[in-house]
Design a protein around this ligand. Structure first.
Ligand code: ATP
Length: 514
């Protein structure tokens, strides 16, 4: 049985082999943590975006979309706090010359204590069987208590150092815990330094006139600076939201885990403007709505959990992550944040413009509070791929790789296959294709045996394969083979459209959300 790590490695290769994700500029050996989406990847990604966009804008009459530019006036990033504080603490190992995030090294160490505790629990569970009382064991076992105490002390010291921005203390923790570089195995660490994650470039042609600008590290600020424009031109009434999908850029220090952490990625963000004092009600609403959105895809309810933030960003008064169970553990896919009126107030201060809302019901003006939902398209893509990828053993010793994608997200909905390349079957197949291609993404394949063609479609997650054979010319029926069950049924060509629509129509998914 392959380990989770091996399966993940296979998935990454699969993504390349079947045109989902390629390393960027691969002919030049790639570029760190930058990826290109191929012919199938782009379709899947577009379907995810479409699902999000429809759920946010179509299902909420008080949410509208925008598409702001990636370049923004540099003062935006001063006002938002990114110039001064969008930093990660980095540390280098002098022997391996490898760079790490100091916070990640310490968090990994905390996780090691958790693992040790879990191991003790699992061992005891095996020993005592059904009569095992886990809670009691955790509270009384001396080894567990010792690990727990060390873990809690470390956690407290680490949280304080992060909150105080105390870089010396972060280094001291790394030394005291005896954390070694995984490559060199040594403790030869440099001091911890702050590293700003924003990419910058220059705009303008002359040296004097050039202005330093940034590639946006989040799409949210494009929404905040357009708050007044949209509120006025759309005659929006609080509460209302603005949604946006677009690229964001972060010069991540440690980039690993494929498209989970990229330097160029895509976000789907929505800022929901509410009355001050009503933010917790809306925070709760958005937490539940967003979780429902994820679960409706049917990837497995047990794969999601909320992770509430203990250390809140300076502007937030509540924050939670929706985490998904990736092969490398539960990881953040989406953040839901209550950002108070921090961003709008900062932009009002830096721009000198009055950014307020006159509430006719309350007969007063205020700066709205904001609930933000922020999800990475690429992380969403990865969670879908991870749960869909299956290496299956079939009867008779055969194996197959199948992507059990939600049909609504699959890049190709059906593949039309004439049994042979002659006898008028290709022509009939093209006729069938023309009935379907206006509404669905359809492929045509006449090469190799039917078995091989099925495998190719399984590998890209196509829900239906439709075979046209000699009988079709007489009875106008085709054989439809289903990806998941591999079962075949014979149905009239007239019924194909409705059969596919029932499975792949996004409306069915959206209906689950209201
Ligand atoms: P992390 O702690 O993993 O760095 P974050 O908390 O900084 O993430 P946010 O700033 O809340 O992330 O961004 C919102 C969403 O954008 C994340 O939930 C994630 O899905 C996505 N995202 C952030 N950074 C990256 C990245 N480097 N690559 C891909 N997606 C990202």
């Amino acid at each position: 049985m392959a380990t989770q790590e091996e399966v993940f490695k296979n998935l990454v290769s699969h993504c390349k082999e079947y045109g989902f994700v390629f390393p960027s500029s691969e002919i030049y050996d790639g570029l760190g943590a930058v990826y290109d989406y191929g012919q199938n990847g782009v379709e899947l990604k577009n379907n995810i975006k479409q699902y999000w966009w429809a759920a946010m804008t179509k299902l909420h009459e008080n949410i509208v979309g925008i598409d702001a530019a990636i370049f923004m006036h540099p003062t935006t990033w001063k006002a938002s706090g990114h110039v001064d504080a969008f930093n990660d603490p980095l540390i280098d190992n002098r022997d391996s010359k490898k760079r790490y995030r100091a916070d990640v090294l310490i968090e990994d160490q905390i996780a090691k204590y958790d693992e040790k505790i879990q191991k003790e629990v699992d061992k005891a569970h095996k020993r005592f069987g059904d009569s095992f009382d886990e809670q009691m064991f955790r509270q009384t076992n001396p080894r567990v208590l010792e690990h727990q105490q060390k873990r809690d002390a470390l956690h407290e010291r680490y949280s304080k150092a992060m909150n105080d921005n105390n870089l010396d203390e972060l280094k001291q923790i790394i030394l005291d815990e005896g954390i070694v570089c995984p490559i060199s195995g040594t403790r030869n660490w440099t001091d911890v330094r702050q590293f700003n994650l924003m990419f910058s470039t220059e705009m303008g042609s002359t040296a004097d006139g050039a202005m330093k600008i940034y590639l946006r590290p989040e799409t949210a600020q494009g929404i905040f600076v357009n708050y007044l424009n949209v509120q006025k031109t759309g005659r929006m009434k609080v509460p209302f939201g603005i949604a946006q999908i677009g690229k964001a850029f972060r010069n991540e220090i440690v980039a690993r885990q494929f498209v989970f952490r990229m330097r160029e990625f895509e976000q789907m963000e929505m800022q929901f403007f509410v009355r001050p004092g009503e933010e917790m009600k809306w925070f709760e609403y958005w937490k539940q709505f967003r979780l429902k959105w994820h679960k409706a895809l049917g990837l497995g309810d047990e794969k999601y959990r909320f992770h509430d933030h203990e250390k809140l960003a300076h502007y937030a008064n509540a924050a939670t992550d929706i985490e998904f169970l990736m092969p490398f553990g539960f990881k953040e896919v989406e953040g839901i944040h209550s950002r108070t009126n921090f961003d709008l107030s900062q932009h009002a201060k830096y721009s000198g413009k009055k950014i307020e809302y006159f509430d006719p019901e309350l007969n007063t003006s205020y700066t709205p509070y904001v609930i933000e939902t922020s999800i990475g398209v690429d992380r969403m893509f990865l969670s879908v791929m991870c749960s869909a990828y299956k290496e299956e053993q079939l009867e008779g010793g055969d194996t197959r790789v199948v992507l059990a994608l939600p049909a609504v997200l699959a890049p190709v909905k059906a593949c039309i296959m004439p049994l042979v390349k002659k006898d008028g079957l290709p022509e009939k197949a093209r006729e069938v294709m023309n009935l379907l291609r206006f509404d669905f993404n359809i492929q045509y394949d006449e090469k190799d045996s039917i078995g091989k063609r099925y495998r190719r479609q399984d590998a890209i997650g196509t829900p239906f394969c439709i075979t046209i054979d000699h009988d079709t010319l007489n009875d106008n029926c085709v054989t439809v083979r289903s990806r998941d069950t591999m079962q075949q049924v014979r149905i009239p060509i007239d019924e194909l459209h409705e059969m596919i629509r029932k499975e792949v129509d996004m409306t069915n998914l959206l209906r689950k959300l209201i």
